[in-house]
Write a protein that binds this ligand. Structure first.
Ligand SMILES: Nc1ncnc2c1ncn2[C@@H]1O[C@H](COP(=O)(O)OP(=O)(O)OP(=O)(O)O)[C@@H](O)[C@H]1O
Ligand SMILES: [Mg+2]
Length: 234
């Protein structure tokens, strides 16, 4: 296990959103977290990233407790989050945004990280001098993922990476996520496009009201009546 969430209770100030939530990721898996609007998916990723406090329970990354660590410490540990809003620097160029992602890295590794990101997303190499804010939604999402990779994560968490994208770009982003996993990065993904996310996932967890209600193999859950009815439109 690379990431283990044990009986987590977390939320916003005194408002507890996650109750007794447990899940884990084995090394090199793609795992989906699916659930209805407001179920607590974003809150789960935020707690793992150190962006909100944990009241009870533990988050173990490579065996070390990371709950309630500062977000930059979590990044340094090798666990990197891509938020839904992407949080790019719109007035900075593509390559500058990528460099920002490498703030935990030594000068010498930045060069090779850049090459790897440009290999994965050639459009970012072509547009390296374009301002991030002027790029299309799909390109911005690739940049957000690329920036996260610049921190050389061993585990990547992604909050709805394909939201708002045209269908061909959804497929492209999910394909890139598979390619990232194939380089040895473990991935936890929250997706509205549950069917497509499940298709690339080894396993998935279903969250309701801040707790995991069931889990299974990705391909199996696509055919599970409970998932079909609630999340795949019947
Ligand atoms: N900053 C906040 N302060 C207080 N409550 C919040 C905050 N952010 C989210 N919540 C509440 O926490 C609950 C879970 O929200 P969360 O964003 O984790 O859901 P989600 O599963 O990601 O939903 P969606 O599919 O809409 O993205 C909701 O009831 C939401 O209103
Ligand atoms: Mg959300």
């Amino acid at each position: 296990m690379i990431l283990e969430v044990q009986q987590l209770h977390a939320g916003y100030r005194r408002l507890e959103i996650l109750h007794e939530l447990s899940m884990h990721l084995d090394k090199n898996e793609i795992v989906s977290l699916i659930g209805a609007n407001g179920a607590g998916k974003t809150t789960t990723l935020r707690a793992i990233a150190g962006l909100i406090g944990v009241n009870r329970g533990r988050i173990l990354f490579e065996g070390e407790e990371v709950q309630n660590k500062r977000p930059d410490r979590v990044v340094r540990a090798g666990l990197v989050h891509v938020a839904q809003d992407r949080a790019l620097f719109g007035n900075l160029e593509v390559w500058e945004n990528l460099e920002m992602g490498a703030y935990t890295q030594s000068r010498s590794t930045i060069r090779s990280s850049l090459d790897e990101v440009f290999d994965l997303f050639p459009i970012l190499a072509e547009r390296r001098h374009q301002k991030a804010g002027t790029m299309s939604g799909g390109q911005q999402q690739m940049l957000a993922i690329g920036r996260a990779l610049m921190a050389r994560p061993r585990c990547l968490t992604l909050d709805e990476p394909s939201v708002g994208l045209a269908p061909n770009l959804v497929a492209q982003v999910l394909q890139a996520i598979t390619a990232i996993r194939d380089t040895g990065v473990t991935v936890l993904i929250v997706e509205q496009n549950a069917k497509q996310a499940l298709a690339i996932s080894d396993r998935a967890y279903v969250i309701e009201n801040g707790s995991i209600v069931f889990d299974g193999r990705g391909a199996e859950l696509i055919d599970d009546p409970r998932v079909r009815q609630a999340y795949l439109g019947g």
